[in-house]
Design a protein around this ligand. Structure first.
Ligand code: BMA
Length: 355
């Protein structure tokens, strides 16, 4: 094959995306961040809406608004979106974000040098319910080969593949079948056998690749905290997974002091476990979701999150969305909220990366 090169004025030729595939470029970017002892900060849905605003005319919007930027002057380094609804051919995801906007935001963010990650709260193919419909423990079995919903599920995967292919060369981190040790999603721990879960993950990757989807890094992200044994009990395999993640939140049950202390202890324990597994399996690692809903702790960023992640080689962490239509459902900073200054201090730490 004749290598393709881009020639700059007086510079050495550099390879274009066709030669080094996008997923490798993205892996290199993540690795260099972790190697430098830094952590990229990420926020779900950041360019599409914030605590009290949303993009309405996305085709004519330059997507320059961001709650994170309003507070810190910088965009988050990682931008998350959810693809729930793509499987049905819907025009908007389960939170009302148009897929056209998601595509535009992902490409815009990538062109700004950022990293994009997608989760997938898809519908329940057997019952017609949502991801949280756990009324049947036969759903995973039904979509695997030989199951009554297998063919329909392949169509769902193909719709997902079409969307991912529409991103062209832009690489993204894909994080399906998350929080799978708990039992709140239809693919959860008590809802299918470990081998069925692994087969589901494998089927997803293989089908997408058959459909030409190449530029993904695949993230496995069980809910934490859990033991190493539990983490690995449903691990789909080194050939299927590229990044080891975990979703771990702080839960405020009235005693903020105790909740904060428990969060820090849980996070440190989980990241210690993840570091061990990532060394053994030679994988990148991340804190795929975290946060404290409504952030009632005024020093959460600098005195809870920041000290708890110190010294762990996570390439990124992502806090969940700032819902524009549910005032208390936010996990990121926003202008006007009392812990603005605390987030600003967090964003200015030398090992925290924003754009
Ligand atoms: C959940 C909540 C839901 C949302 C879902 C997918 O954690 O934020 O409101 O629909 O994520 O984004």
């Amino acid at each position: 094959m004749i290598p393709l090169f881009v020639f700059g004025c007086g510079r050495r030729p550099r390879p274009v995306d066709d030669e080094i595939s996008g997923d490798k470029i993205l892996a290199g970017q993540l690795l260099s961040v972790a190697d430098a002892g830094k952590v990229m900060y990420g926020h779900q849905d950041d360019l599409s809406y914030g605590h009290s605003w949303k993009v309405t005319d996305w085709e004519n919007d330059d997507l320059e608004r961001s709650d994170v930027k309003d507070v810190s002057g910088m965009y988050p380094a990682v931008l998350g979106f959810d693809l729930g609804g793509i499987e049905l051919g819907d025009s908007c995801n389960l939170d009302g974000v148009p897929f056209g906007l998601i595509r535009k935001a992902a490409l815009t963010h990538r062109s700004r040098g950022g990293v994009v990650t997608f989760s997938w709260h898809l519908r329940n193919p057997l019952t017609g319910g949502d991801s949280w419909d756990i009324s049947s423990d036969q759903v995973v079995a039904s979509v695997l080969e030989g199951g009554e919903k297998h063919e329909e599920f392949l169509v769902w995967l193909d719709r997902l593949a079409d969307f991912l292919n529409s991103l062209g060369h832009a690489p993204v981190i894909f994080r399906p079948w998350h929080e799978n040790i708990g039992s709140w999603f239809w693919w959860g721990g008590k809802l299918c056998a470990a081998e069925q879960y692994k087969a589901l993950f494998r089927l997803t990757r293989e089908r997408l690749e058959e459909k030409g989807v190449k530029n993904l890094l695949w993230c496995y992200s069980p809910n934490g905290p859990i033991s190493k044994e539990d983490y690995l009990s449903r691990y789909p395999g080194d050939d299927i997974v590229d990044i080891l993640g975990t979703d771990l939140y702080e839960y405020n049950n009235g005693d903020l002091e105790a909740a904060g202390a428990a969060y820090m202890a849980n996070l440190k324990q989980m990241l210690t476990t993840l570091t061990e597994i990532s060394k053994e399996h030679l994988k990148l690692m991340c804190l795929s979701e975290t946060g404290l809903e409504g952030i009632p702790d005024p020093h959460w960023w600098t005195q809870r999150l920041y000290p708890a992640i110190q010294g762990f080689p996570i390439c990124y962490l992502l806090t969940w969305r700032n819902a524009h239509d549910r005032p208390g459902h936010f996990y990121g900073p926003w202008k006007g909220f009392e812990n603005e200054e605390d987030f600003k201090l967090f964003s200015e730490k030398k090992d925290i990366v924003l754009l």
